[in-house]
Design a protein around this ligand. Structure first.
Ligand SMILES: Cc1cc2nc3c(=O)[nH]c(=O)nc-3n(C[C@H](O)[C@H](O)[C@H](O)COP(=O)(O)OP(=O)(O)OC[C@H]3O[C@@H](n4cnc5c(N)ncnc54)[C@H](O)[C@@H]3O)c2cc1C
Ligand SMILES: *[C@@H]1O[C@H](CO)[C@@H](O)[C@H](O)[C@H]1NC(C)=O
Length: 431
């Protein structure tokens, strides 16, 4: 493997001092669920003869995009209670990454299953999905019956059982809810920072034992175009979420629709009795309640289709309208929500993929052709010289980044390492 000359950017080659030959420099753009997962999985392929050096680029830092703003809800089912495409694989891989992250940030005395008990990376509360229409309730029943044979413990609950699970829940006696007891909610920022820490620890250990040259470097840098990275890397993996659409090489070429979401951080005021029960599951009914601790929860999320505002900041106007919408949606099911106080806001931009008969599937594959076609006219000479850089895309994670990031991140990393697109499901090449 030829080691590419160091580009205009200081990276692995520049910071590593004496480089063992054969280092494979790979740039991953975007430090959200997709990018950090790909970085972790790439590093797992490091060897003594071909050590991996991953440079992770993010203009904000780890978890600065949609991932950090998300509700962190994780379960493998669609709204009808059916397993998602690769749902079982995605679920297992996500749990594995959570445990990797938990180990990395573990502190000797206070470690729970997923990180410290004081600042947990995730909560195992389960999710209760409420049927908004009778039709959905019937779907729940059908799918629970179909799933009865697998080891999933999903259950269809009537109104009284649901109310027992979530004190204060308003659901008619004849209502139905889908209970997913194994579902969890992660603290997205903590989880991502811990997973990146795992990457750093892993590479440090590998480089000081049998794979010198292995590195994981975070670069706070805004990538303006793919062209500027040309020649410096063996491969570049674009994991920029909705902002992948802004790269000049990809603009108007990806079948993605952006959708901004705003989430309220709520806190139970002092003196509020019957705060959300410590064992009660999160709620999902289109809008969702993700409980983060004794007195904290997230209430989200709005959907502003077509917005390209990726800012995590929420101004007063946006906050007022979001709060009204979220409260109106939630109060019929859980009236006490009105007593909770707004502590803060978070927001991000989803990259929504097209809908297919298998549901909304992420985008993944090689984008060499897109990158090349964007540069015919003027750049052809340069492209010839840099034909060895391979370009990849992993995105379009929509509203379900967590269920897809682990398994697919692993597949993408393999495709990158073996320079073989056939290792990725063909249906994900949706451009
Ligand atoms: C409000 C909200 C709630 C959600 N709730 C859930 C949930 O409960 N469960 C779930 O599974 N999913 C949820 N999602 C969806 C989930 O957040 C996304 O699917 C996921 O975050 C996408 O991850 P990503 O890594 O592809 O993109 P992102 O997380 O957006 O990461 C892209 C990164 O690229 C960086 N970046 C962008 N442009 C550049 C550039 N030019 N140069 C350098 N860096 C750049 C950004 O700073 C960002 O960190 C939610 C989404 C939103 C918006
Ligand atoms: C790429 O992967 C596919 C699927 O595993 C395999 O059949 C094929 O031989 C691989 N191609 C190369 C060039 O390694």
């Amino acid at each position: 493997m030829a080691t590419a000359a160091a580009g205009p950017l200081l990276g692995c080659a520049a910071t590593g001092g004496l480089q063992p030959s054969g280092v494979r420099r790979i740039a991953v753009l975007g430090a959200g669920f997709a990018g950090v997962s790909v970085a972790w999985h790439l590093l797992q392929h490091t060897t003594s003869s071909a050590p991996i050096c991953v440079e992770l680029f993010d203009e904000v830092g780890v978890g600065g995009g949609a991932s950090g703003a998300s509700g962190g809800l994780l379960h493998p089912y669609n709204p009808k209670g059916k397993l998602l495409w690769k749902g079982a694989e995605g679920w297992n891989a996500a749990l594995k990454l959570l445990s990797v992250a938990g180990t990395a940030c573990s502190d000797t005395s206070t470690t729970g299953e997923f990180g410290s008990t004081i600042a947990p990376l995730a909560w195992k509360r389960g999710i209760l999905r409420l049927a908004k229409q009778q039709k959905h309730a019937l779907d729940f029943q059908k799918n629970v019956n179909n799933a009865a044979s697998d080891e999933s413990k999903i259950a269809c609950l009537g109104g009284p059982a649901a109310r027992e699970l979530v004190p204060g829940l308003e659901i008619p006696a004849e209502g139905l809810a889908l209970y997913i007891p194994q579902a969890i909610n992660v603290h997205p920022q903590r989880y991502l920072k811990a997973l990146w820490l795992a990457c750093e620890l892993f590479s440090r250990k590998a480089s000081t034992t049998d794979c010198p040259g292995t590195q994981a470097v975070l670069r706070n840098y805004r990538v303006g175009s793919l062209t500027e990275l040309k020649g410096s890397y063996e491969a570049v993996v674009v994991c920029l979420g909705a902002q992948a659409m802004l790269l000049p090489e990809l603009v108007d070429k990806l079948p993605l629709t952006s959708c901004r979401g705003v989430v309220a951080q709520l806190q139970a005021p002092r003196g509020l009795r019957n705060v959300y029960d410590s064992q009660a599951p999160n709620l999902l009914f289109g809008t969702w309640v993700a409980v983060q601790g004794e007195r904290d929860l997230l209430l989200g999320a709005t959907k502003d289709w077509g917005s390209m505002n990726a800012s995590p900041n929420v101004d007063n106007t946006e906050a007022t309208s979001a709060l009204e919408k979220l409260m109106d949606e939630t109060a019929p099911f859980y009236p006490s929500i009105k007593k909770w106080k707004v502590k803060g806001w978070q927001a991000g931009l989803r990259a929504m993929p097209p809908r297919s008969s298998l549901g909304s599937l992420p985008l993944a594959g090689c984008i060499d052709e897109l990158v090349r076609s964007s540069q015919l006219g003027g750049y052809s000479e340069q492209i010839k010289n840099t034909a060895s850089t391979k370009w990849w895309l992993f995105g379009g994670l929509g509203s379900r980044g967590l269920i897809h990031h682990g398994w697919l991140g692993d597949q993408v990393a393999k495709a990158v390492i073996y320079r073989n697109e056939s290792l990725l499901p063909q249906i994900l090449k949706q451009w």
